[in-house]
Design a protein around this ligand. Sequence first.
Ligand SMILES: Cc1cc2nc3c(=O)[nH]c(=O)nc-3n(C[C@H](O)[C@H](O)[C@H](O)COP(=O)(O)OP(=O)(O)OC[C@H]3O[C@@H](n4cnc5c(N)ncnc54)[C@H](O)[C@@H]3O)c2cc1C
Length: 285
Amino acid sequence: MARDPRRGGDPRCARVPGVPVPAVRRTAAVTATRALIVGGGPAGAAVAIELARAGLPHLLIERSRETGDALCGGFLSWRTLDTLARLGIDPDQLNPARTTTVRIFAGSRVAHAALPRPALSVSRRRLDTVLLAAAVAQGAAVERGVTVRAIEDGQVRTADGAVIAAPALFLANGKSDVRGTARPASARGADPTLGIRVRIVPPPAMARALAGQIDLYLFDRGYAGLAMQEDGSANLCMAVHRSRLQEAGTPADLLAELGRAMPVLGEWVAAIAPDATIDAIANVP
Ligand SMILES: Cc1cc2nc3c(=O)[nH]c(=O)nc-3n(C[C@H](O)[C@H](O)[C@H](O)COP(=O)(O)OP(=O)(O)OC[C@H]3O[C@@H](n4cnc5c(N)ncnc54)[C@H](O)[C@@H]3O)c2cc1C
């Protein structure tokens, strides 16, 4: 008897995009799925797209109920765009504008270069939304608001006490550790890296000057990237070692110090709204 392609399970089956692949078998105590994806960021969504396309049963669980704007530089290189194209993502969905040049600042020195191929900048809110929507459109099974607490003895336990059994497990939970699969503390090193991000709504002249390019500011124990995103804001995002931030004081102090050392960056720091939120994350792997 011919298989119903909507039932999945056979990678040779033709998939019907948008028709969910049957993902899970539930009993009172245990949910079973062939493949469990933990995390609905770019990595998890990409896996879900591929599994759904292949008609392989799976379940993606994501702890957040709504897609937030993860702290990220948001720069998608030409290679990343190639990968996204293979996943069926049209870059214009992310940002119709392209980034074609880079300026690199170090102290008073600056270098310009054309990028090998066009890239783009996009907020993570947009990127993650588009990727997860593409996964669902391919038939991926996605459950939101479910947090994995522990993965021990081959069992996945969620925050609400449920147990999920899956012979294949894709850990796409990013920098967050899950009990039982945590990275060793030594992996952070003695001077771990932090991420700092602030969004700037620039005056039109500054937005025009930055359009089509990404600025990189290099400094002792860190660097910052600055680019216009699809929503009209400029994303100023940096990776910095903890010791450097401690020397400066607060993230705002560090931005002010870097602005004094690199005057072009200083113009952007001066454009940060007084009530702007400066986001920070610790222990970037
Ligand atoms: C400062 C900084 C700047 C960066 N800039 C760039 C850049 O410009 N360009 C670029 O390409 N990359 C950049 N990166 C890297 C990029 O952010 C990561 O490569 C990317 O986020 C990894 O995607 P991911 O899906 O693996 O993890 P994440 O994006 O972290 O997604 C993980 C997902 O898993 C969910 N999750 C976590 N724990 C659980 C759990 N226990 N149960 C259920 N769900 C869970 C989270 O809610 C999240 O949605 C930057 C990183 C940093 C720190």
